[in-house]
Unconditional design. Structure first.
Length: 284
């Protein structure tokens, strides 16, 4: 017994005093991405192919996979999101998947403190279980990668990329609902600034909402500025008035924008104003 205790103490000693540092086989990655007004973070480990057959081999088909290596992969949302019409409340979740030759399943699991798979899988902790679409690639991706791509103000794709496959899971965020609530609250508060009216007008214009409100709020923004506007305000005025149906005023604003932009000598400014003028000129 004394001999065993001595050997055990030596093992602990050498482990504690080891100074050799080696890189992890599957390094940790953290990504942070804003989609609309929703912030999303993912932390996961990234295994590599290393000349192995991955799907249908190292990662069996039709079995739950931890979707990475080492500790379970974690995703967090600071606002509610929706996958295929299924609402996922804001919070942190483990990502598990079930790869299949016919398509993948994405599972969000309401427990994050696992070393890979939970010891006891609990169906009641499944927050989301949806199908995704897989596509074959004409090239190989050596290291497993999770990305958020095809980002718009209201949606994006959660993508899993490895070996010669990419699998996508579309999701939506509730940007429009949040922005409209903010506009209504701020513009009815009595404390709205010229920029509040400006941003509200542009959001309505850019998202093809009520053109009457867009013009009304833009006019309010202009009246609060005392007649002093940079070139790009005239460019936006041209676009908003053109959609409203006042082509005459839109044309005047676009020409004024281009005149002012040319004085800056900046080709980006000139380009923006030129596009605004062309849009008005070519409209019915």
């Amino acid at each position: 017994m004394i001999r065993i205790a001595f050997i055990f103490s030596l093992l602990i000693f050498f482990h504690v005093n080891s100074q050799v540092v080696t890189p992890p086989i599957s390094p940790i990655a953290k990504i942070s991405q804003q989609v609309g007004l929703t912030n999303i973070e993912i932390e996961y480990s990234r295994p590599s192919v290393k000349s192995r057959k991955i799907f249908g081999g190292v990662v069996p088909y039709d079995k739950i996979w931890r979707t990475g290596a080492n500790k379970n992969t974690i995703i967090s949302f600071d606002k509610d999101v929706s996958f295929s019409g299924n609402i996922v409340k804001k919070g942190e979740y483990s990502i598990y998947t079930i790869p299949s030759e016919s398509g993948w399943r994405l599972i969000l699991y309401d427990e994050i403190e696992n070393s890979g798979m939970p010891e006891n899988w609990d169906e009641n902790k499944i927050i989301l279980d949806v199908l995704g679409q897989s596509y074959d690639l004409p090239f190989s991706i050596e290291t497993f990668e999770i990305t958020i791509s095809n980002i718009t103000q209201n949606s994006a794709l959660l993508t899993l990329n490895w070996e010669n496959q990419i699998t996508v899971f579309p999701f939506d965020v509730f940007t429009k609902k949040e922005v409209l609530a903010s506009i209504n609250k701020v513009l009815s508060s009595g404390n709205a600034t010229t920029w509040d009216y400006h941003n509200a007008a542009l959001y309505y214009y850019q998202n093809n909402l009520d053109k009457n409100k867009s013009k009304m709020w833009f006019d309010k923004s202009l009246s609060m500025r005392g007649g002093k506007f940079p070139f790009w305000v005239y460019a936006y005025k041209a676009q908003i008035y053109n959609r409203y149906g006042d082509k005459k005023e839109a044309l005047k604003a676009a020409e004024k924008s281009l005149e002012m932009a040319k004085k800056t000598g900046n080709h980006h400014s000139i380009g923006m104003s030129t596009r605004a003028l062309k849009e008005v000129q070519e409209s019915p």
